[in-house]
Design a protein around this ligand. Structure first.
Ligand code: AVJ
Length: 322
């Protein structure tokens, strides 16, 4: 099983590391250590998105649940997080036995590539929400054949955290189109998206004082080193760069070679040579203008029902309907 993972890493490395600029798909940042570091990032003083989105869900969860009256929630990227729970509580409260709703079922469908994560989170949630049926689906939501389980009533697909920002414009349009195709008319889509704001705050959120984001980014080097059996590859040879790209309104994370790099990847039998100062693109985090986002959703066939933001106007939750 580790072999297939390394095969995919090898293929992605061969396709990306010798490109100009060199790049590697962002998902490789999220191995076990990377996921732990990201969790730490969400609690940093500079990293506002998680706190803002949680605040919106706390204050508007019931309103969101009421606006959809959904019988099923499909979440891209499964979670046991506070955010998932706030939504489940809001939907479960609506589905709960009241005289007119008695027995009305509600199903939570966490969708993730990792069977392990799905199983453990499903078990925990099934315990904590006895009134909700938890029906995990192993799937890559970026794959072309996205299929959602059928439901008795409206379904709501939710994609939280601002992870839509990881897609470039073409990938984003593609994702939204395929999502709309997977939904039935009358189904909903709840999207968490970070908003364009003061550049200083944006850059600080991805270049924290404690250096956690730097460790998170440089973990990519560690993933390459161990996954591709690299010789001569050292995390300390790379600097973390977080930069605002105004044209594409996104934060870009890069790794910059501090010196000449000469690596041998035994797993793919290739040498990787970089001149000092060469930068590798590791992650993009797009920030949005709410009207532009509504237009992109509409373009995909999803009509905005309502947008909520936190009090500071930092982050948005947009509910749209197929
Ligand atoms: C998990 C993609 C939403 O873009 O803000 C945070 C990832 N990277 N700090 C983001 C991330 C560096 C995060 N997302």
């Amino acid at each position: 099983m580790t072999v297939s993972i390394d095969d995919r890493l090898a293929a992605d490395a061969v396709a990306g590391l010798w490109a100009d600029p060199p790049t590697l798909p962002t998902k490789w940042l999220y191995d076990e250590r990377g996921s732990r570091l990201f969790d730490e990032i969400t609690r940093l003083p500079e990293y506002y998105p998680t706190r803002r989105e949680t605040a919106i869900l706390r204050s508007r969860g019931a309103e969101i649940a009421a606006a959809t009256d959904a019988t099923m929630m499909v979440e891209f990227g499964s979670g046991t997080s506070t955010k998932t729970r706030l939504l489940l509580t809001a939907f479960a409260d609506r589905a709960a036995p009241g005289p007119q709703r008695a027995g009305r079922p509600f199903t939570y469908v966490p969708l993730d590539v990792s069977t392990e994560i799905l199983e453990s989170s499903a078990a925990v949630l099934a315990q904590d929400y006895p009134g909700i049926e938890v029906a995990p689906v192993v799937a890559d939501f970026t794959s072309p054949d996205l299929a959602l389980p059928p439901a008795a009533g409206p379904r709501v697909a939710v994609f939280l955290g601002g992870t839509i920002g990881n897609f470039d414009p073409a990938e984003r349009a593609d994702f939204l189109r395929r999502l709309a195709a997977a939904l039935d008319p009358g189904d909903f889509f709840l999207l968490g998206a970070d908003l364009i704001k003061d550049t200083g705050r944006l850059v600080a959120a991805y270049n924290d004082k404690a250096g956690v984001t730097a460790d998170f980014n440089r973990n990519m080097i560690e993933v390459l080193r161990t996954g591709l059996d690299a010789q001569g590859l050292y995390v300390d040879d790379f600097d973390h760069i977080a930069r605002w790209n105004p044209a594409l309104h996104r934060i870009e994370m890069w790794l910059r070679a501090r010196r000449e790099i000469d690596v041998y990847f035994a797993a793919v039998d290739r040498h990787w040579r970089l001149a000092p100062g060469t930068e590798i693109l590791t992650e993009i985090s797009t920030k949005f203008d709410r009207d532009d986002l509504a237009a992109e959703l509409a373009e995909a066939g999803l009509d905005v029902v309502q947008t909520w933001t936190d009090d500071a106007g930092d982050f948005s939750l947009t509910l749209s309907r197929r």
